[in-house]
Design a binder for this molecule. Structure first.
Ligand code: ADP
Ligand code: MG
Length: 391
């Protein structure tokens, strides 16, 4: 099924292992504020330590402008990791160059070294071979475990694999297994739920899922554009007028697969005193905007989800960041949690919404990658996966 070699498939005992992790975590006042991504890398890190490997971790963090910037230093991440593992955690002020090399050479089996931010080097995003080779010189083996960065062919995710034996870590394997299986060979009925702000962000995803899924349930801002395409005025709702023609085409080719909401939560604004009401689908008055799916729609969608064997969800059903417009999203989260299907959630905001719903532990798989999970749902092979050794 997963056709790439993993850390299980090669000898790592006593080796220096360079692991690309996704430690692109939020940091405030020098402190990590959400450690989800760090914890997601622990199974691979612990396994490597168990193999008595010397573990060198590197990642990008934020968007520094191709040079060192203390605001984006990995040092707080290294400090945080030190509190999660028993092994000693060292830090190098470089990701490539003499200091990084010296720190890697001095590292002993069973120890961890965290390198500085890969994006402090302009060659990282350009996938510069010279930088990739410098990364490779630090170790004997490369492990890719940064699913959230695997859709980018950068020096640390793709270039480096030309210079070292390259295999997948456990997080990578798990992500590809769930998302890949859902797309390639889903247990049916296969139901996709799509929402979020815009159609234009997700044209490839909609088209691919239209071909693969048995039903597509659409909510969120995306639904507004479909309604506008059907001829309803949508008031002040978020609508993409540039893609109305495309929306009509998708509705035409989607036939009966596409299910749109039957009712909407509309409001005069998002602020405290704003008026809010539920209306059946139809014209939205001027001065009002559609900000969530209504209770009828939640009930309808939940029935479809109940009969599914595989459910993939990307994109919140409404403006879930505001509690009054989160009920649709949380209602769908509940339907997933109660379903016996394999349930997979992809997308940065969707993952955040599931966490907020308190039902995350009832979901089969919540992807750690926003953009990467969307590309998987589009059916695109990720460059950071393609570059790994085949089994
Ligand atoms: P993901 O990150 O999971 O792929 P998106 O980024 O596509 O999801 O969309 C998430 C955003 O869409 C959220 O910020 C949410 O508030 C917004 N959104 C959803 N429905 C609406 C709506 N009806 N009007 C305005 N914004 C919406
Ligand atoms: Mg998003």
């Amino acid at each position: 099924m997963f056709s790439k070699k993993t850390v299980r498939d090669i000898d790592l005992k006593g080796k220096r292992v360079l692991v690309r992790v996704d430690f692109n975590v939020p940091i405030k006042d020098g402190k990590v504020t959400d450690d989800t991504r760090i914890r997601a890398a622990l199974p691979t890190i612990e396994y490597l330590l168990g193999q008595n490997a010397a573990v060198i971790l590197f990642s990008h963090l934020g968007r520094p402008k191709g040079g060192p910037d203390p605001k984006y230093s990995m040092k707080p991440v290294a400090d945080y990791l030190a509190g999660l593992v028993k092994a000693p955690v060292k830090f190098a002020e470089e990701a490539a160059g003499p200091k990084a090399k010296a720190a890697a050479d001095a590292l002993k089996p069973g120890e961890i070294l965290v390198l500085e931010n890969t994006r402090f080097y302009p060659g990282e995003e350009k996938n510069d071979p010279a930088l990739a080779e410098q990364f490779a010189q630090l170790a004997d083996v490369y492990v890719m475990d940064a699913f959230g960065s695997a859709h980018r062919a950068h020096a640390s995710t793709e270039g480096v694999t030309r210079y070292l034996p390259a295999v997948a870590g456990f997080l990578m394997e798990k992500e590809i297994q769930y998302l890949g299986q859902a797309i390639a060979n889903p247990a049916r009925p296969f139901v996709a739920i799509l929402g979020g702000a815009k159609i234009s962000d997700k044209i490839g995803v909609i088209k691919n899922l239209l071909a693969k899924a048995d039903a597509i349930l659409i909510g969120g801002g995306m639904a507004n554009t479909f309604f506008k395409a059907q001829g309803y005025p949508m008031g002040d709702s978020l609508v993409e007028n540039e893609v109305l023609e495309l929306a009509r085409e998708l509705l035409g080719s989607g036939g009966t697969k596409i299910r749109l909401p039957v009712d909407l939560v509309i409001a005069t604004g998002t602020e405290e005193g704003a008026e809010v009401k539920v209306i059946p689908v139809g014209p939205v008055p001027d001065g009002w905007k559609a900000l969530d799916i209504g209770p009828e729609t939640v009930a309808n969608f939940s029935r479809v989800i109940k009969d599914a064997k595989t459910v993939v969800w990307n994109g919140p059903m409404g403006l879930f960041e505001t509690p009054r417009f989160a009920e649709g999203t949380f209602g769908i989260a509940k339907a997933l949690a109660e379903s016996g299907a394999t349930t997979i959630v992809g997308g940065g905001d969707s993952a955040a919404a599931i966490q907020q719903s308190g039902l995350a532990d009832k979901i089969t798989h919540i992807s750690t990658g926003g953009g990467a999970s969307l590309e998987m749902l589009e059916g695109i092979t990720l460059p950071g996966v393609a570059a790994l050794q085949d089994k």
